[in-house]
Design a protein around this ligand. Structure first.
Ligand code: FAD
Length: 628
């Protein structure tokens, strides 16, 4: 129940959230809105319907319509296809967020980590038609009215991240900024499942247990164990430059260049060289929030124009900052931009980058990397972990051709599909991995022309996107090396046909038996409580999980630890143990919508209470505070 004032406040926050333009604002407004509504990030069915029921403005309704249409697709099985699966996504770049959205729609619990605290990349991404349709269907226009207006087929990385972050949050994804993933922590048999070591070390995310890990942290992929293959071509030096779009009449007239390569327009490049000494292989210009240029420059012209100081054969030495004149690079980029827009924009001013400097950069694309395989599986002490790479971590794109985001989105959907198959315990691990690798083989051959025509029907199901799909190109026996298990039985699992229908609807009993990491592990629960309350003497009394309730102090102490504003812990000392739990139950119900399942009296006895019920209750308490 919301008071009228609360309802108005929540609606106002929602409106501000929709137009917010920085990560801090977006996350802050979302948190404030959720606080008023008594919601916290959770799997889609535990979050989105409640949000939808409470925010009913006209703008919100239009967005809910889009989300409802998307979520209704049968591939998601009404948000139950990945029930019980816990996903951790490393990186809130476009592909990490896109993967998070699909996993959320499939019903998983999804947490995203982002090491930065700002979204700042001005560079502009070319969007293939299916990406435009996809983003429109996710309500992109509701957050960014100018999204792909008319024939525009590009967007700044920053704006794309903003849109996707908002969609993810409204569907219930949990996002943490300023947190770096460091490495995975293997289960050691103490009851905990797979976790992540992060910086800052004691961040709440370090308690999150997951069974799917998505590496979406860009080309410097931090996930261990993935081999990379290198594609070495001839020297390719790309320069990107962003100028402020002041939206003057003259700027409006300047024509975009959506990819001119030397072979298609030799006279243009010859004239450019003759007039300016700038020798390019190609150039792209998009008029977006900035005037964005990306060009591939020939080495000799960079040396002749004083941008590169000394010639080296090794590209790393050649482009080392000590060997580059920052000033001449700015001149070079500006001259190329002015010439290619026919000097229609005479007073071009550089936009600033993440570091407050003119937004010009030079990158080496001589070697490009791709992961040899797209996924890996690890099993320790009965806890399974599927690791998938997506986006630039999986396949590094060559920016001037603009394939990055499109192939990245395809990989996001493929990873989400693998997550769906993984969530069904009837599927053999080797079968799931083999299918994921079969689909990965198609990725670097994709073009806008050779994908399925009906872009509006794309889903995580690869058949909806790839016309020549062969799900068995890689056999289960070929992927044995991608599975690192302490239990050899995993290789004996019969390889049956992969089941694509949702796990829970089909085999709930089996699911409970064979899934470990998302089940409640009582010892892990006890361990978590003891760690949180280590400063209290009574922790010594907590010998088994039931003691958390029976000793009557833990719940009040937990509330005091995370929300001291809700309880005066010292004042509870005069109460009986049952009364203390009673106080805690009431607070948890009022503040966190955790329905009480027993009286205070019963909680200190527990004889007549089903173990599963009180364990479930305590697990919810842990989930509530893990997010604090
Ligand atoms: P990214 O967009 O790189 O996102 C990765 C995210 O992970 C980042 O937000 C990063 O901060 C975060 N991260 C990294 N490590 C960690 C960690 N340990 N823990 C938590 N978070 C982490 N493509 C073009 O087509 N044209 C361009 O001009 C262009 N310019 C680019 C400029 C830069 C500086 C970069 C990095 C990429 C550029 N790209 C460009 C590539 C394009 O951005 C990607 O293809 C596209 O964004 C999809 O990438 P992604 O989500 O896989 O990775």
């Amino acid at each position: 129940y919301l008071t009228e004032q609360e309802a108005i406040a929540a609606s106002e926050l929602f409106d501000l959230f929709c137009v917010a333009t920085t990560m801090r604002q977006i996350l802050g407004l979302h948190r404030d809105m959720c606080d008023i509504l008594g919601l916290r990030p959770a799997p889609i069915n535990e979050f989105y319907p409640m949000l939808k029921a409470k925010i009913r403005s006209w703008k919100a309704q239009a967005l809910w319509k889009k989300f409802d249409a998307r979520a209704a697709h049968r591939v998601y099985a009404k948000g139950t296809a990945c029930n019980g699966t816990h996903v951790l996504v490393i990186g809130a770049g476009p592909c990490g967020l896109r993967t998070a959205i699909e996993a959320q729609l499939l019903g998983a619990k999804v947490v995203v980590l982002e090491k930065r605290d700002r979204i700042t990349r001005n560079n502009v991404l070319h969007l293939w038609p299916f990406v435009i349709t996809d983003l429109r269907n996710l309500g992109a226009k509701k957050f960014y009215g100018k999204f792909c207006a008319g024939s525009i087929d590009h967007i700044s990385i920053r704006q794309l991240q903003i849109i996707l972050m908002k969609v993810a949050l409204l569907l219930g994804v949990e996002i943490h900024e300023n947190v770096s993933f460091e490495r995975t922590i293997e289960p050691s048999g103490d009851g905990f499942g797979w976790r992540a070591a992060v910086t800052p070390a004691d961040h709440v995310v370090s308690y999150y247990e997951f069974d799917v890990l998505i590496g979406a942290d860009g080309k410097r992929n931090t996930l261990e164990g993935f081999k990379r293959k290198e594609f070495r071509g001839k020297l390719a030096i790309a320069i990107t430059a962003n100028f402020i779009n002041k939206k003057t009449e003259a700027e409006a007239k300047a024509e975009e260049i959506s990819g001119v390569a030397f072979i298609f327009n030799q006279s243009f490049f010859k004239e450019l060289y003759e007039k300016t000494g700038i020798d390019l292989e190609n150039i792209v210009y998009y008029k977006d929030e900035t005037h964005y240029f990306v060009m591939t420059a020939k080495k000799h012209s960079l040396i002749d124009k004083g941008v590169i100081l000394q010639d080296f054969s090794d590209p790393a030495e050649l482009l080392a900052s000590a060997n580059v004149s920052a000033e001449k690079l700015l001149d070079y980029a500006r001259e190329a931009a002015e010439f290619s827009t026919k000097y229609q924009m005479p007073n071009l001013e550089f936009a600033v980058n993440h570091y407050g400097k003119p937004d010009v950069a030079m990158f080496d694309f001589t070697s490009m990397f791709a992961a040899e395989t797209s996924c890996r599986v690890m099993l320790r002490h009965g806890h399974r972990l599927l690791q998938c790479l997506v986006g630039d971590s999986l396949l590094e794109p060559f920016w001037p051709t603009g394939s990055g985001c499109a192939r990245g989105f395809l990989s996001s959907m493929d990873a989400a599909y693998a997550t769906k198959l993984w969530s069904n315990p009837r599927n053999s691990i080797m079968g799931v991995v083999a299918q994921r690798e079969s689909i990965y083989r198609l990725l670097n051959q994709t073009t806008p022309e050779n994908l399925q025509r009906d872009t509006g029907s794309y889903t995580v199901d690869p058949a909806s996107r790839y016309p020549n799909l062969n799900r068995t190109a890689v056999s289960p026996y070929q992927v044995k090396t991608l599975i690192d298990s302490d239990d050899p039985k995993v290789f004996e699992q019969p390889i049956a046909e992969i089941i694509t229908t949702p796990a829970l609807a089909e085999a709930p009993a089996l699911l409970r038996k064979s899934r470990r990491s998302t089940d409640i592990v009582p010892e892990a629960l006890l361990h978590w409580v003891c760690t949180q309350l280590h400063m209290y003497d009574f922790v010594k009394e907590l010998q088994e999980p039931a003691d958390i309730l029976k000793n009557g102090k833990s719940l009040c102490a937990l509330i005091s630890r995370f929300r001291p504003d809700l309880i005066d812990y010292s004042a509870t000392r005069d109460l009986t143990l049952a009364e203390r739990n009673e106080v805690a139950f009431r607070i948890l119900e009022a503040e966190y919508q955790l329905p009480r399942i027993m009286s205070g009296e019963k909680s200190v006895d527990l004889e007549k209470v089903d173990t599963r019920h009180w364990l479930h209750y305590l697990n919810q308490v842990r989930e509530v505070f893990r997010g604090e």
